[in-house]
Design a protein around this ligand. Structure first.
Ligand SMILES: [Mn+2]
Length: 334
């Protein structure tokens, strides 16, 4: 066991109540890595009380999902240790008005993103494919010979890895990812085709938004981008979740697949909070390090998939925001 994992084991042993959280708008890897931490702790440290908090539940059934305590706001509780998974920072977990935001309790991070965490007590990040892979490898270290799989752990690991590697397509997939997945699959196989089908579903209402995004596509050299303006949202009464699905669909299935294009971004306003915009980049192996661009915009993520939250102190037009992004892009590419 390496030093960091020894430290983590000590933190766990010394805690009575442990809170497990992840980023807002949790994706499959966030849900699975949270539930994996809880599952391992429940089995191997049964005297500890483990609470998983999130504002929403997964969109389809995964093992132990009802162990998630659904909350309106993510606040401090009885915990004496906080484990954050799948995100490097508490600021991506909760808002300044939630009491957890300014907690003084010990925080441990188990992550796989490139953005470096703040000065937390302990950060475990071996840059793996997914937080789910990291959590399983972490507990392999901590448990040594005691480590064993259960159906739930095997399934959660597969769901998490599958989601964050895009079914093993992304460059973050390593030989270890495949070996681990093979072990999990052998123990208790999940149906990858069924999962891809369920995750890929788009709401009927998103079709119009997809059409709009396609119409708004601009291409500059080998980059494409598209956007939604605040006026579009208000005039058409589009719902936040339908916008999100439409943007994701165009971003993941269309932008960088245009002939001559290798990378690009989408831009949308925050529907609930004023003067906030979300930009999200996608790139193709070997073409553009979009993590560097989003870092200069105050965000981050991975080399080929990253994003940033853009904050303004007044109401601005979509063109104004686009100009800021394109300036950052030009700075990076020239
Ligand atoms: Mn992840």
């Amino acid at each position: 066991m390496d030093k960091k994992h020894k430290q983590l084991k000590r933190y766990i042993e010394n805690a009575n109540n442990i809170l497990v959280v992840s980023h807002r708008g949790p994706d499959m890897d966030a849900f699975c890595s949270m539930l994996l931490v809880k599952e391992f702790l429940n089995i191997f440290f049964p005297s500890k009380k483990i609470v998983v908090k999130a504002r929403q539940l997964p969109s389809f059934n995964i093992p132990r999902m009802h162990d998630i305590e659904r909350v309106e706001t993510i606040d401090e509780g009885e915990e004496d240790l906080i484990i954050i998974v799948d995100i490097p920072d508490l600021e991506f977990v909760c808002n300044p008005n939630e009491t957890l935001f300014s907690t003084k309790k010990d925080i441990v991070v188990i992550d796989h993103h490139q953005k470096i965490s703040k000065d937390y007590k302990l950060v475990i990040n071996e840059h793996r494919s997914s937080a789910s892979e990291q959590v399983i490898e972490t507990f392999k270290q901590i448990l040594g010979k005691k480590f064993k799989l259960t159906k739930e752990i095997a399934a959660l690991g597969q769901y998490g890895i599958n989601a964050d590697t895009g079914r093993f397509l992304y460059h973050t997939t390593t030989p270890n990812t495949l070996r681990l997945f093979a072990d999990l699959y052998e123990f208790y196989p999940i149906d990858l085709e069924e999962i891809t089908y369920k995750i890929g579903k788009v709401p009927q209402e998103s079709a119009k938004i997809v059409a709009h995004l396609l119409e708004n596509i601009n291409i500059i050299k080998d980059m494409a981008y598209t956007y939604i303006s605040l006026e579009d949202v208000n005039q058409n009464h589009w719902k936040k979740s339908d916008i999100g699905k439409a943007v994701t669909f165009v971003k993941d299935n269309y932008l960088r697949f245009i002939q001559g294009v290798h990378w690009g971004f989408t831009l949308k306003p925050d529907i609930k909070k004023e003067n906030i915009w979300w930009v999200s980049f996608r790139s193709t192996n070997g073409y553009q390090d979009v993590n560097e661009i989003t870092k200069s915009l105050g965000g981050g993520g991975h080399i080929y998939a990253s994003g940033a939250k853009l904050r303004y102190d007044k109401k601005v037009s979509v063109d104004y925001v686009l100009k800021d992004i394109l300036t950052a892009v030009t700075k990076h590419t020239s």
